[in-house]
Design a protein around this ligand. Structure first.
Ligand code: NAP
Length: 461
């Protein structure tokens, strides 16, 4: 009993720890939302405003004073004002001398000004200690309470003590500060909220372009061709048949595109005989979005699995099955089981299931919570070795399924190859070149280059 109560005492917060007053310049959306959150966290808040009249929107318990009066009451001043109005601060330079100014501003465009807003503020008020923080948090998230401790607040500044003071406030608000170093990092931090899925752009545009191309390709060969030459209307193929052709093709090609840049990188390193020269920009960018390409590929593979599972429910499939049964009944002849076909269909299904299993495993290990819990070697083993295994299985799945069309002349409608033939070009090329690269006579020099050996060292002794 006693032991428990002493534990409770030890865990009880230290309520005597009074928080320092924080001053906020600006009673706009962000100033009010941040002030409210600070008051909830126990900070006395004083606003510096052009108008000292208290409006009903201002958080209860907050004081509103003129800028100069408010600044005198606190060591930390949060500037919740747009950058274009910063020059009103210049006459306040003396009052603000030695104070910590927190710049929370954002811009409307990437790299809108030559210097970051925080650096501009530091130039205007050289006697103050400027810290950049909170700009990646929105007023809406502060007000609606959708912020949680996993939300990072990027902080940077030249004065270590000032930065610590701001990081303490961030922690007190239940958020996680992330020290990004000196004020030089401010421009990068200001650009974060303006970025729109930067790593996803290329994979998404590529997927949309390829999907549109393959979709139209299938429409032309499976619907238009059949309509013109066989006078059959298969327009309903648009709903399930064609998507179920496009999805596996996209999954396979995108998975191969995850491994293709690694192949290019190896060839370039072998050719140059060094790893100390930068790859071309396009290759760097491609390598950086491999995870996104892989995840989109996984989404296509999952759609393919769902489309395949619903296939038996389709009217077209049950019509075809019953047509086969009726023709056997009418001819009074039971078709014997075609063992070759049985083997082929079981094999491609098994290869597809195994390929999908490894595909999902790759997707799971790319989640930050999982990838953070494995070491670099384990991560590489899964992403590289098991990734190639998934590519081999998925390529074999397509080969076994679509292989029969390779030599059949009916597969070349309008002299165009079947979509499965097209889908195998990139994965087969990747696998063949990878096989060549792992031959000992090539793998050995490549491994040496990756360990730092150079064919023509620039700085030889
Ligand atoms: P806002 O609603 O337009 O408020 C800005 C405040 O600045 C005004 O309420 C006003 O306060 C003050 N002000 C306006 N003109 C002034 C001038 N000529 N001289 C001095 N003070 C002036 O803007 P906000 O949305 O709160 O944004 C404020 C800052 O926070 C911006 O830099 C923005 O980039 C940044 N930010 C906003 C969000 C967000 O979600 N809104 C998120 C991150 C960062 P008084 O009337 O009290 O003087």
């Amino acid at each position: 009993m006693n032991k428990n109560s002493s534990n409770i005492m030890a865990l009880a917060p230290n309520t005597s720890n009074k928080r320092e007053t924080v001053c906020i310049f600006g009673t706009g959306d962000f100033g009010r939302a941040l002030g409210q959150k600070m008051i909830q966290s126990g900070y006395p808040v004083v606003y510096g405003s052009r108008s000292t009249q208290i409006s009903s929107l201002i958080p209860k318990d907050a004081e509103v004073l003129s800028h100069a009066e408010a600044a005198q009451k606190a060591a930390i001043i949060i500037i919740a004002i747009q950058r274009q109005h910063y020059n009103f601060l210049t006459p306040l330079a003396e009052v603000l001398r030695g104070k910590v100014l927190v710049d929370i501003s954002n811009n409307l465009k990437l790299n809108q000004y030559p210097e970051s807003n925080a650096e501009y503020l530091a130039q205007l008020l050289p006697g103050s200690k400027v810290v950049k923080a909170f700009n990646t948090v929105s007023a809406w998230a502060l007000q609606s309470g959708t912020l949680d401790a996993s939300r990072q607040v990027f902080v940077c500044g030249d004065d270590v003590e000032a930065k610590q003071m701001v990081m303490n406030i961030v922690r007190a608000l239940g958020l996680t500060p992330l020290d990004k170093g000196s004020l030089l990092a401010a421009q990068e931090i200001e650009n974060y909220p303006l970025q729109l899925f930067p790593m996803w752009k290329f994979p998404i545009f590529l997927s949309l372009g390829l999907t549109a191309f393959f979709f139209l390709y299938c429409v032309a060969l499976d619907i238009i061709y059949t309509y013109i030459y066989e006078n059959k209307d298969f327009s309903f193929f648009i709903a399930i048949t064609i998507p179920n052709r496009v999805c596996p093709v996209m999954a396979l090609i995108l998975l191969a595109l995850v491994y293709l840049p690694g192949i290019f990188a190896a060839i370039i390193q072998l050719y140059r005989g060094t790893k100390y020269r930068r790859f071309p920009d396009w290759l760097d960018k491609w390598m950086l979005c491999r995870k996104q390409l892989g995840l989109i590929a996984l989404a296509f593979a999952s759609l393919h699995a769902v489309f395949t599972l619903v296939s038996p429910m389709r009217a077209f499939v049950s019509w075809r099955t019953s047509k086969g049964i009726i023709s056997q009944v009418l001819n009074n002849k039971t078709e014997p089981l075609n063992h070759t076909n049985a083997w082929l269909s079981d094999s491609y299904l098994a290869l597809g299931i195994l390929g999908y299993f490894f595909f999902v495993l790759l997707g799971i290990t790319s989640l930050p919570s999982v990838s953070n819990s494995v070491n670099w070697r384990e991560f590489r083993f899964v992403q590289s070795k098991l990734g190639y295994l998934a590519l081999i299985l998925c390529t074999a799945h397509t080969l076994v399924y679509g292989g029969k069309w390779f030599l059949s002349p009916s597969a070349y409608k309008w002299y165009l190859p079947n979509i499965y033939i097209l889908s195998l070009i990139v994965p087969c090329a990747v696998l063949v070149v990878k096989f060549v690269l792992i031959l000992p006579c090539i793998d050995k020099p490549l491994t040496q280059i990756r360990q730092g050996w150079e064919r023509n060292p620039k700085y030889s002794e």
